[in-house]
Design a protein around this ligand. Structure first.
Ligand SMILES: NC(=O)c1ccc[n+]([C@@H]2O[C@H](COP(=O)([O-])OP(=O)(O)OC[C@H]3O[C@@H](n4cnc5c(N)ncnc54)[C@H](OP(=O)(O)O)[C@@H]3O)[C@@H](O)[C@H]2O)c1
Length: 365
């Protein structure tokens, strides 16, 4: 009995002295939960604000907001073409810049006919470096450029180790992904600043978020675009210019067919038209976005991923099964591990396809 009494006495003494610690811990717990809940609510709100509210309200005439003409580099295929059409559907006149004259003629004709806007084109190959910009500058003088979309981009043909990338391809990545965007901005921004309105969209990539092995030069060039855009936004927002870094994941274009299974899943890899429809609605709203709601779920926070994961059980297992890329808050080692595996498998598939294709040839030592 004496032992039981002493135990209760001891228990009450310990509980009394711990109660202040417990209260402190409870407060910390409540603060943490409140912070996470508010963060989650804010993320859900921005997702709705960014991707769903613009679908409910009437489409704004972008030419009134930014200026009459939009330039889209690499606008005859994939995301660039779809983005040009989406801008035209919102009242912008269109100027396309890419290499192939016939494609340029066809796309500009189709845009004029379908959307009843003006459209023109400039033939230029951005891989040529410095020489292409003076003719472009002369052609554009006197035209009120409201929106510049730096879309043109050079990819690896498939993921590959850096030493195996041909020198020519590296020059293309630098000239097309980095130089073209920088020079085009340098060309059009001064007049936008004078008019105190305009928008610049730089199409980066989700691979800009962290170092991505086996697409090292490509992901680094996209990181340049992302930082460039964000810094410009800080410099010029107060002068009436909106600069957006668009960081898509996979979009189903000619360049991404080698992704096979992922390419075919339209949730993961939307068509360029679906992607452009969503991305254009984020113009003027978010300075840094993937541009597509499902890609954003893969991006913003662990919490959103977890909520979506619990709602969409089957999607979650799909995501896990395919080692689905990215979350901004993924630790770097995990990102590298995932991308190494995905890229190694994509490279092996691409190489095995190449060797199947070359089977019909006579091989000599
Ligand atoms: N697709 C994706 O999953 C994805 C994901 C993240 C980021 N991105 C980025 O989105 C952008 C567009 O990609 P996409 O998949 O839509 O490409 P795409 O379908 O291959 O289209 C490329 C466009 O660029 C033009 N072009 C290519 N090389 C050029 C050059 N040297 N000079 C001038 N024009 C050139 C092409 O037209 P011509 O052949 O007629 O010149 C075409 O209009 C790229 O910057 C890419 O990095 C794409």
């Amino acid at each position: 009995m004496a032992a039981v009494d002493s135990f209760y006495l001891l228990y009450h003494e310990v509980a009394r002295s711990c109660s202040s610690y417990m209260e402190t811990l409870a407060l910390v717990g409540a603060w943490y939960t409140a912070r996470k809940s508010i963060g989650l609510l804010c993320d859900c709100y921005s997702l709705i604000r960014l991707y769903f509210i613009p679908r409910l309200v009437r489409r704004t005439d972008l030419s009134k907001q930014y200026g009459k003409w939009a330039i889209i580099t690499g606008g005859t295929d994939g995301i660039g073409k779809a983005y040009a059409e989406e801008l035209a559907s919102r009242g912008m006149n269109i100027i396309l810049i890419s290499r192939n004259r016939e494609k340029l003629e066809n796309v500009t004709q189709a845009i004029m006919k379908t959307y009843q806007v003006e459209a023109a084109f400039i033939v230029a190959d951005f891989s040529k470096g410095r020489e292409v910009y003076l003719p472009i500058q002369k052609t554009l003088s006197g035209i009120e450029i409201g929106i510049l979309v730096n879309n043109v981009g050079a990819f690896y043909d498939y993921p590959q180790y850096f030493t195996k990338i041909p020198e020519e391809k590296l020059w293309d990545i630098i000239n097309i992904n980095i130089t073209a965007a920088s020079m085009m901005v340098h060309m059009v921004l001064p007049r936008m600043v004078t008019r105190r309105k305009g928008a610049i969209v730089n199409i980066s990539s989700a691979s800009c978020c962290k170092p991505t092995p086996q697409v090292a030069a490509y992901s680094a060039s996209k990181a340049y675009l992302d930082h460039f855009s964000r810094a410009l936004q800080y410099e010029y927002a107060s002068k009436g210019i909106f600069v957006q870094s668009l960081t898509p994941f996979l979009v189903a274009t000619n360049k991404t067919t080698y992704h096979g299974f992922l390419y075919q899943n339209r949730w993961v890899a939307p068509s360029p038209e679906t992607y452009a429809y969503h991305a254009v609605s984020t113009l003027g709203v978010s300075a840094r976005t993937t541009g597509y709601w499902f890609h954003s779920i893969q991006h913003p926070t662990e919490e959103i991923r977890m909520v979506v994961a619990s709602i969409l059980g089957s999607v979650t297992s799909f995501i896990e099964n395919t080692q689905f890329l990215v979350a901004r808050y993924m630790p770097e080692w995990l990102w590298v591990w995932v991308t190494q595996n995905v890229n190694t498998s994509l490279r092996q598939k691409a190489l095995s396809r190449t060797s199947v294709l070359s089977c019909g040839k006579e091989l000599k030592s």
